[in-house]
Design a protein around this ligand. Structure first.
Ligand SMILES: [Zn+2]
Ligand SMILES: [Zn+2]
Length: 385
């Protein structure tokens, strides 16, 4: 019960972020803090009135708890190793039933921790990305739901659901992108009392474009930054329509992908959004009261103890391959090439894998043996190892 102790001490050091006139030029560390305690301690149960959106600090991963009118939803569950943390958090809030679980897409840093969640609390309904994936953690998640008798459906854009007095519209994915799991992320827009939140998973600029082309209203007060603040998400064209006042980036400290990207941060500055980051602030909570007033608080000490998340999804940087307007040209692959390694992660892939590294980070092998003799490990996605 180390976490309980952690949560107790957390209650003592809650910091609250005063949100008022932070403008485009405000750097994250210039945001005002005070000692006001606005988040619950371990024993407090989330109230029946108002909307609570809690961006859990699960490192280089996503997990967002949403509660309104006594109804609860969890969007993603962090990495597999974050499962305990997410479950303990739910327990600390007195949550033993989730009306909805949304699995934005099949990558481990989103679906991994959901396995423990569906085994621990009751779940009324799960909504998952239509893009399936043959990986251990994804299959575990699907099998865990099946063994608990939890019904799930593949997300279909244009459908709506209600959570207390809040309404949630699924606006993506528009199409099942064969090349990219990230581009098939569920994107959902929640609105409550005139305040709106846009949850994007690891949505890429390509998917952003598809959502705009489909004519969906994306305008939102708070944007969960797509793909941990990657430069290849949160495109200008998208941000100009979302026009977020706040952007929350769920990202691990010193992660190996360089998230959030400088270009992404500068786009947020340009649109005048105030940026909050879990790596700098810990767990970030947004509360909207019944009058539609939005306030944020952050708990620096409420962080998943999982330190493995930095390396948990080593192929994620390769997703830039799918960012349509910023991708690098792909060199013709020599026909004798059987495998492509990533110099940074030391992972090798089939040439058909969706998660090939950038051209400059590639190394080519003609056999598995050659790859492993060079110290490379097989990609668990395309080679199932
Ligand atoms: Zn992803
Ligand atoms: Zn991710």
């Amino acid at each position: 019960m180390r976490l309980k102790t952690l949560l107790k001490s957390a209650a003592l050091v809650f910091i609250s972020v005063i949100l008022c006139s932070c403008n485009a030029q405000t750097a994250v560390n210039e945001i005002y803090f005070d000692e006001k305690e606005t988040l619950s301690s371990e024993s407090e149960i989330i109230g029946e009135s108002g909307l609570y959106v809690i961006f859990l600090d699960v490192g280089q991963a996503d997990s967002i708890f949403v509660s309104c009118g006594g109804e609860n939803m969890l969007i993603d569950g962090g990495n597999t190793a974050d499962g305990d943390f997410v479950c303990s958090f739910l327990k600390s809030k007195g949550v033993d039933n989730l009306d909805y679980v949304i699995s934005t897409h099949a990558h481990e840093d989103h679906v991994g921790g959901l396995c423990d969640v569906v085994k621990t609390v009751s779940v009324e309904k799960a909504i998952i990305s239509p893009k399936k994936h043959d990986s251990v953690c994804y299959n575990d998640f699907i099998n865990s739901m099946a063994s608990r008798g939890i019904s799930y459906e593949y997300a279909s854009h244009g459908t709506s659901l209600s959570l207390g007095e809040a309404s949630v519209e699924i606006i993506g994915p528009i199409s099942e992108n064969p090349q990219s799991i990230n581009s098939s992320s569920i994107v959902a827009r929640l609105s409550y009392k005139g305040v709106s939140f846009l949850f994007t998973g690891d949505c890429t600029s390509e998917e952003e474009k598809e959502i705009l082309n489909a004519g969906y209203n994306v305008k939102s007060t708070v944007l969960k930054s797509g793909h941990h603040g990657s430069d290849f998400s949160s495109s200008y064209i998208f941000l100009r329509e979302v026009m977020p006042e706040y952007a929350v980036i769920s990202v691990g400290e010193n992660n190996s992908y360089g998230h959030p990207g400088d270009n992404c941060l500068s786009r947020y500055r340009d649109v005048g959004a105030t940026v909050y980051r879990t790596d700098k602030m810990g767990t970030i909570s947004a509360v909207v009261n019944e009058s539609g007033e939005l306030s944020f608080s952050a708990d620096e000490s409420l962080r998943s103890p999982d330190k493995s998340s930095k390396k948990a999804y080593e192929n994620e940087d390769a997703d830039i391959k799918n960012a349509s307007d910023e991708q690098e040209p792909t060199k013709n692959i020599n026909t004798s090439t059987s495998y492509i390694g990533n110099k940074n992660s030391k992972i090798y892939h089939l040439p058909t894998c969706s998660y090939l590294p950038k051209e400059k980070n590639r190394v080519y092998f003609s056999s598995k043996k050659e790859a492993s003799q060079s110290g490379y490990n097989a990609c668990s996605y395309c080679l199932g190892e």
